[in-house]
Design a binder for this molecule. Sequence first.
Ligand code: GLP
Length: 239
Amino acid sequence: MKIRVFESEHDAGLYAAALAERIVQDTEHPVLGLATGRTVLPFYEALVRLEHCGLDLSRCITINLDEYIGLEADHPQSYHRFMHEHLFHHVHIPESQIHIPNGTALNLDVECARYDEVLNRHPIDFQLLGIGVNGHVGFNEPNDLLQSKTHVVNLTPETITHNAKFFPDMDQVPKSAITMGVQAILQAKQIVLMAFGEEKADIVARAIHGEVRTDIPASILQLHRDVTIVLDEASARKL
Ligand code: GLP
């Protein structure tokens, strides 16, 4: 694993976006695995700026990690909305090349299988990840086992509580999500995980230097040959 620590989130975003830029320039049809969350915002800001400076994103295929179950695409907290607000509205990636799980599909098993077909057709070149305070990646939550394929997951009480601040009341906080499994993540050619702030310091240290354990899903990244961990000083404090 390569670990890079930056003075500012802005600089960290520039670095991560530069890694994506290299893949986009060197690949005919680059497949970008994308993540949501506050942490990855500096990455998207930098990527948008790179496009405005001439980087051609129009050949990219994007595949998002996850989506809440039950939120319509235009819900303010949906990951569809997040991605359009922070990336897709600002760059020229054709809608047909954008993939996000449909959390309102009538048959979620069929939706999971459809998503795995998308992943089979488009192996990921560059996978962006954040990390939950409990070590989840995408919504692969700590558990006795990790699922390899796209699946429906019951969010842990910790994740639900953490998300509650984004919703007007507890009843509206999604209790489940659809997420890519760990297989598609680990099959990505290159993985970049970003984490910022004091609250991530402990889990970052355990994920990078601790045992590989299913109750710390991000620790499985230790098994991958090309992972870059992009941190600020606060999140790197316990390394
Ligand atoms: C959610 C997403 C994860 C993300 C995590 C961290 O749980 N499903 O993909 O890594 O949030 O979010 P933040 O960057 O806001 O701390």
